[in-house]
Design a protein around this ligand. Structure first.
Ligand SMILES: [Zn+2]
Length: 330
């Protein structure tokens, strides 16, 4: 685990929880919900770190005690980070049973025991049912931190047993300042990254750091070339099918949403892909709204099948979507 930090837009929430802890009024279970890419996960991990530190001061972990040492080497016995065994798959009942065993033991470092579960909505029904009882009485000095960007998909009985906290969405100004400091980039670049990621600063940072901007640029060029008839769907699918398919689908989705917005005359300030405005306008002017919505539906179906199937034919999947993309303007 990297050093804990508190994102500026979450500092009030941090203070509130630290104060609850100091007054021994922290609940047993917290459901932390909010948009993706704005720092929920980092916040949950930092707060777990704070609770486990033996000598916190000023609302921060000390960084040098035995507990902090164990945390920095990711081997703390009293912290469980629970997530799906395979990305995009459910959290299974066996994982919850293991967790219950952990909750029945005493904290090895003599302090808190913390569970961070993410994304909590990925628990399947059996897993959620198995967890229910423990949410009421997880034992003393125990905190279950459920992190979710789709809290509506959690069973209501799970939600009602947690203190529900909405993680604050950062202002554009706060996000720009944070990104400039994190990435050492210009305000223009920070704004561009934030537009592409719908204002989510941690997503924007990842986009930059993983050098995804060049992949996005490639996709956008190919989408344009398809419309102009310079490339065929077969050629483009051949070129791109080995890339991160979920990421590609997310970008195509965002392009289609922009087109819907342009067709609805919502104004350009709510457009994500401002650098592609010319292409977006061209499609918005020529495509029928129902075709655009159909393609959005198709995209969602393909996304789900990508998450569920073990070995979907990604090349064929992309080719099919791109054919529909070309048909928008034919
Ligand atoms: Zn410490």
């Amino acid at each position: 685990m990297s050093q804990p930090f508190v994102l500026p837009w979450a500092s009030a929430l941090w203070q509130r929880l630290v104060s609850q802890h100091q007054h021994s009024t922290l609940p047993h279970a917290i459901l932390l919900s909010g948009h993706t890419g704005i720092g929920k996960s980092e916040f949950a991990q930092a707060f777990a770190h704070f609770l486990l530190c033996h000598h916190p001061s000023d609302g921060k972990p000390c960084g040098v005690c035995r507990s902090c040492e164990l945390l920095s080497s990711s081997t703390h016995p009293d912290l469980v980070y629970l997530h799906p065994e395979d990305s995009g798959k459910p959290i299974k009942v066996d994982q919850i049973r293991e967790l219950l065993n952990f909750l029945h033991t005493t904290a090895q470092q003599g302090g808190y025991r913390v569970v961070v579960m993410e994304p909590a909505e990925s628990m399947n029904i059996n897993a959620a049912n198995a967890l229910l009882k423990s949410l009421e009485e997880p034992g003393d000095n125990t905190l279950l931190l459920l992190v979710s960007h789709l809290p509506g998909q959690l069973m209501p009985t799970i939600r009602s047993r947690c203190q529900q906290i909405t993680f604050p969405f950062p202002s554009r100004e706060a996000s720009v300042q944070w990104l400039i400091a994190e990435l050492d980039q210009t305000p223009e670049r920070a704004n561009q990254l934030l537009s592409i990621t719908q204002g989510a600063p941690l997503k924007a940072k990842a986009l930059f750091q993983q050098d995804l901007l060049s992949l996005r640029a490639t996709l956008m060029t190919q989408l344009g070339d398809l419309l102009k008839g310079r490339k065929t769907a077969v050629e483009v699918a051949e070129k791109l099918h080995k890339e991160d398919m979920l990421q590609l689908l997310e970008w195509i989705h965002s392009v289609l949403v922009d087109i819907v917005r342009l067709q609805a005359d919502s104004g350009t300030e709510c457009i994500s892909n401002t650098d592609m405005l010319k292409m977006l306008n061209a499609v918005a002017n020529r495509a029928s709204a129902s075709d655009v919505f159909n393609l959005l539906d198709q995209l969602q179906v393909e996304r789900t099948s990508l998450l569920q199937r073990l070995n979907p034919n990604k090349q064929l999947l992309l080719e099919t979507l791109l054919l529909s993309w070309v048909k928008l303007v034919r």
